[in-house]
Design a protein around this ligand. Structure first.
Ligand code: UDP
Length: 342
């Protein structure tokens, strides 16, 4: 058995892909998930891909009694990747307290247990949302953070500050925060992928559902931005590439004792793509037309953002590898599989 890693939110979108990549290099993975936004059969799919069934415990991380019992039971855990969190921007505006409580208290419960049960290493899911609309592009890790646009974004910004302050006074703990740009796509097996509940908020699930005929039309939110074609620009990162960044981060925590105890990295491709480019690339990759119309801007959207990934490339030795074309094709293959489309 390899070294043991806990993945919270391990049946979720990024979590499940990360479990598979951890298993592929020999880690012994244990998942905690409360299944609030995922389903238990993801564990079967993980097993189908890797040939290894991860240990799986179902509970919510706000339950500190259960979390302590968990660490009593799994005493060999050496590192934690903490994905479990609420992530819907719009919902967070409507339910700020639920977001602050869930995302912050669960992190604090984990930090308490790291001290109590001597688990020294944590990888935290952060987000490029901490930058807001930066004054200069691409954004580096040192680009000043702006006020968050939503309670969700604020939970990520606050979590990073909590981690920085805790690490300062807890010499036994090391943390790497990964600031994700826009994760998209699915596993090449099409066994795991993103499963939004209800109408998708995010661009790529909306595109694939429109292509599959589940949605009538994609609304493109604005074509009058100060960008080459007027639509917003983002840095779309392949979910398997993103998962691999977590494996690299875990290895760095476990094996590099000279690293700073609190580090944070941008995880993106380094290249921006506009909404219209994404639609066009999807159509080229799949041969399927996407019915769309241009509508008004979506409140709260930033105009453009993409990552400077130099630090992740050089310090972590990690780089995004998959093209936007191949990533969009993987998203379509996943959508087709779950909808039984030939
Ligand atoms: N977008 C769009 N139509 C949609 C969903 C998203 O035009 O139905 C645009 C959105 O305005 C943004 C980009 O796609 O410019 C990415 O949005 P998403 O919600 O996926 O991620 P965000 O960057 O907002 O977190």
């Amino acid at each position: 058995m390899g070294r043991q890693v806990l993945v919270t939110g391990g049946t979720g979108y990024i979590g499940s892909h990360t479990v598979v990549e951890l298993q592929a290099v020999g880690f012994d993975v244990v998942i905690i998930d409360d299944l609030s936004n995922s389903s238990a059969d993801v564990v079967d799919k993980i097993e189908k891909i890797s040939g290894i069934r991860p240990a799986f415990e179902v509970f919510n991380l706000l339950d500190s009694v259960k979390l302590e019992a968990f660490f009593e039971k799994y005493s060999k855990i050496e590192a934690i990747i903490h994905f479990a969190a609420f992530k819907a921007v719009g919902e967070s505006v409507a339910k700020p307290l639920a977001y602050y409580r869930n995302n912050l208290v669960s992190l604090m419960n984990i930090l308490d247990c790291m001290s109590k049960y001597k688990v020294p290493n944590l990888v935290f899911s952060s987000s490029c949302t901490v930058y807001g609309q930066p004054d200069q592009l691409p954004v580096t890790e040192n680009t000043p953070k702006k006020d968050a646009e939503s309670p969700y974004g604020n939970t990520k910004a606050i979590s990073e500050e909590v981690l920085r302050d805790v690490v300062k006074v807890t010499p036994d703990i090391k943390v790497i925060a990964l600031r994700y740009f826009n994760p998209i796509g699915a596993h090449p097996s099409a066994l795991i992928g993103e499963l939004p509940s209800g109408i998708p908020n995010n661009l790529v699930p909306f595109i694939t559902q429109t292509a599959a005929g589940i949605r009538k039309q994609l609304s493109i939110f604005g074509d009058d931005y100060n960008t080459p074609d007027g639509s917003c620009v983002r840095d779309y990162i392949n979910v398997v590439d993103l998962a691999k960044a977590h494996v690299v981060a875990i290895n760095r925590l476990l094996n590099n004792s000279n690293a700073d105890r609190y580090e944070f990295f941008n995880v993106g491709t380094g290249t921006g793509a506009s909404v219209l480019e994404v639609v066009k690339t999807f159509e080229e990759a799949t041969g399927v037309k996407v019915n769309y119309k241009i509508v008004a801007r979506r409140p709260g959207d930033i105009e453009k953002i993409y990552a400077d990934t130099t630090i992740a490339n050089t310090v972590l030795g990690w780089k995004a590898e998959t093209s936007l074309h191949d990533t969009l094709l993987s998203a379509w293959n996943w959508e087709k599989k779950i909808r039984n489309i030939e």
